[in-house]
Design a protein around this ligand. Structure first.
Ligand SMILES: [Zn+2]
Length: 61
């Protein structure tokens, strides 16, 4: 059995066939969305994971 990496990937990876969608950002996912794989045409759920980071600087500079 093949274990696919489908979590925290840079692109949306199909959990059925492992196809990596090169146009992940074109899917306009907000939270969770049902997507049809471009390769095997099966439906699956994709969730967008965004990392929050902070930067700070002095006011006077
Ligand atoms: Zn697929």
């Amino acid at each position: 059995m093949i274990t696919l990496k489908t979590s925290y990937t840079k692109e949306i990876v199909c959990p059925h066939c492992g196809y990596e969608h090169p146009d992940s950002r074109g899917h306009q996912i907000q939270g969770c969305a049902k997507i049809e794989c471009d390769d095997c045409h099966k439906e699956f759920l994709a969730e967008i994971v965004t990392e929050v980071s902070y930067s700070s600087r002095k006011v006077d500079e």
